[in-house]
Design a protein around this ligand. Structure first.
Ligand code: SF4
Length: 212
């Protein structure tokens, strides 16, 4: 059991950031250095996205899914997983399973980004534990593609990736363990921690040398 209070529970953004580079969680949670996430992730937050969401015909969206019951804007947490998150919609499906539905202020471009997938997976894990029902599917509604509804089938591999990520994150936080850098060095170039991280400083230096 992960012994934490609610403030210490990890949120989906932190898991996504950890998968982007394991050092993010170290800088944020161990050294308590906040990041300016708007510089890295171009996401619409707060009131703007809320306004867009309120304009969607959600009944129309849900009619495309065999859904028998839904709950809106549900905050869930799990001390067992060390996770918390607010789910746009918690759906009970006709086959007895459950699913998260998340609205994205984005266009659907034929692929589901891994960040969306992992976020949906986390919501699925939270729903499964709190409602004690199986979750095999997640749904994304792409607002900028006329409410295109994408279905994600969660695989065993997805659950293993999430489980491994959560274990590694706990190790970093509980043991103040300084993790390895991401192997994708291009990520260091515009990283918000590049001025305090060796890899970031090196990336900046090589850009200077190459004249950029
Ligand atoms: S500079 Fe690179 S290694 Fe360091 S935290 Fe940022 S992305 Fe990770």
């Amino acid at each position: 059991m992960y012994k934490v209070n609610d403030r210490e529970l990890l949120n989906p953004s932190e898991v996504i950031e950890f998968l982007y580079c394991p050092r993010f969680i170290y800088y944020m949670r161990c050294l308590k250095i906040p990041q300016n996430e708007h510089n890295r992730f171009k996401v619409m937050k707060g009131r703007d996205i809320h306004q867009y969401k309120s304009q969607i015909n959600k009944e129309y969206v849900r009619k495309k899914i065999a859904c028998t019951k839904k709950e809106i804007d549900i905050f869930l947490h799990s001390k067992k997983l060390g996770l918390k998150g607010k789910v746009d919609e918690v759906l009970q499906l006709a086959d007895g399973t459950m699913a998260p539905l998340d609205y994205k202020f984005a266009e659907y471009k034929g692929v589901i980004y891994s960040t969306y997938r992992i976020q949906a997976l986390i919501y699925g894990a939270l729903i499964s534990e709190n409602y004690e029902k199986p979750v095999y599917t997640g749904y994304l509604c792409y607002i900028r593609s006329k409410n295109y509804l994408a279905e994600i089938k969660f695989t065993q591999r997805d659950w293993l990736i999430l489980d491994a990520a959560l274990k590694d994150m706990r190790k970093i936080i509980e043991e103040n363990y300084y993790p390895k850098a991401t192997k994708y060095k291009a990520r260091c170039v515009d990283c918000c921690y590049k001025n305090i991280c060796v890899e970031g400083l090196e990336a900046s230096k090589s850009l200077e040398i190459s004249g950029f």
